[in-house]
Design a protein around this ligand. Structure first.
Ligand code: GTP
Ligand code: MG
Length: 374
């Protein structure tokens, strides 16, 4: 197994060895300057300084050697450019999330012209007067829970759909809590206002009971009455999304290797592993070597939310990518790396760690089984 000494790690990181020893102690590892530490431990330390340790196969393929330090590129202020908002729609069952997304998509002239292309990608994009908004079509809660559990945050703004004839329901409250926990701004869409039984004021009262005081009641929460069915209020809602996005000052550096999150992935019979990814920083290009969770590969093709093949995808773009070695998990981070070798090595190292973990937990389980039999 590949190992390196504390001193070697310190040299690679250009840090004082005593500082590295301190870091190790904080992580519960006592080590002296000439002591060898494992790749896993060294990686943890390196990551604290913004580096990823990369293992390279030497001439002797049995022997692994830590060759490169891959810098997790830090963005300089002047490199940051404005980027479009990424929005999730949440709300109680049947309150109109899908209908609202449909209505929103239809306001986009380009998608209208394309004539209802089947939407298999877990995201859609609309253009409002030349300004792009990205909608994640994954069920809203999922975009928060499974992603957040894995440390990924993909949403900039949440739209909370509340049916005006039904009011705040359990899953509405859940959605409010998710967005609060994620620190994501919330815009309320009071839907189904076309219904005779609609009572927007009751919704506003119930929102107030949840600590969300709407603007026309003197609060700060933006609430827009809409009808997804009659396509009313959609423009205003989208204007509000752009307004909030502007206040959030969403920015990213497009001029670096791409980083982002896997939204969803599956094994397609004809095309192999297919992953919908959200590029969050940098620019992804066809031909880029990437690592996504335990998978690696070269981006063979990219398909945008309108079903068109594209060659580049900048920040806040959702694309389907082909060319991965296996199916990554939703919530996995992906990074574009300098070359194929690094991509393969990082993924294989991760696979090995995952196998070891699995083995350990299996052993624990069988031991538990053993004792439960007694
Ligand atoms: P789930 O995905 O099952 O949670 O539901 P959803 O929130 O996506 O709701 P969906 O868009 O499927 O709408 C549920 C029902 O409400 C459908 O029958 C819609 O036609 C109806 N509906 C949605 N929006 C409106 C609206 O603005 N007005 C009226 N009258 N009905 C609506
Ligand atoms: Mg739905």
């Amino acid at each position: 197994d590949s190992q390196l000494t504390v001193q070697e790690l310190a040299n690679k990181l250009d840090k004082n060895s005593s500082e590295i020893i301190m870091k190790l102690m904080k992580m519960g590892t006592m080590a002296t300057i000439n002591q060898e530490i494992s790749f896993e431990i060294a990686s943890l330390v390196a990551s604290e300084y913004g580096f990823e340790l990369v293992i390279a196969e030497g001439d002797n393929s049995e022997e692994l050697e830590i060759e490169t330090l891959m810098e997790i590129e830090e963005d300089k202020e002047e490199d940051l450019k404005q980027r479009p908002p990424v929005v999730t729609v949440m709300g109680h069952v049947d309150h109109g999330k899908t209908s609202l997304l449909d209505a929103i998509r239809k306001t986009d002239v380009t998608s209208g012209e394309a004539g209802g292309i089947t939407q298999h990608i877990g995201a859609s994009e609309v253009n409002i007067n030349g300004q792009k908004i990205v909608f994640l079509d994954t069920p809203g809660h999922e975009a928060f829970t499974s992603m957040r559990a894995r440390g990924a945050q993909v949403t900039d703004i949440a739209i909370l759909v509340v049916a005006a004839d039904d009011g705040i329901m359990p899953q509405t409250v859940e959605a409010i809590n998710h967005s609060k926990a994620a620190g994501v701004p919330l815009i309320v869409a009071i839907n189904k206002i076309d219904k005779p039984s609609a009572n927007p004021d009751k919704v506003k009262q119930e929102l107030a009971d949840q600590g969300l005081l709407v603007e026309d009641w003197g609060g700060e929460v933006i609430a827009v009455p809409v009808s997804a069915k009659k396509k009313e209020g959609i423009d205003t809602l989208l204007e509000m999304v752009l307004l909030v996005a502007e206040m959030e000052e969403l920015r990213a550096n497009p001029d670096k290797r791409a980083v982002g999150t896997v939204i969803e992935a599956e094994l397609d019979k004809g095309r192999g592993p297919v992953a919908t990814v959200l590029v969050q920083g940098g620019t992804l290009r066809v031909g880029d070597p990437i690592v996504a969770g335990l998978a690696f590969g070269k981006v063979r093709a990219m398909i945008n939310s309108k079903g068109k093949r594209v060659k580049v995808a900048g920040p806040s773009t959702a694309v389907e990518i082909l060319g991965l070695s296996e199916v990554p998990q939703g919530g996995d981070q992906f990074v574009s790396v300098p070359n194929d070798k690094i991509a393969r090595n990082v993924a294989e190292k991760r696979q090995q760690i995952a196998r070891d973990e699995m083995l350990k937990s299996n052993q624990r389980m069988s031991l538990d089984d053993f004792f439960s039999q007694m």
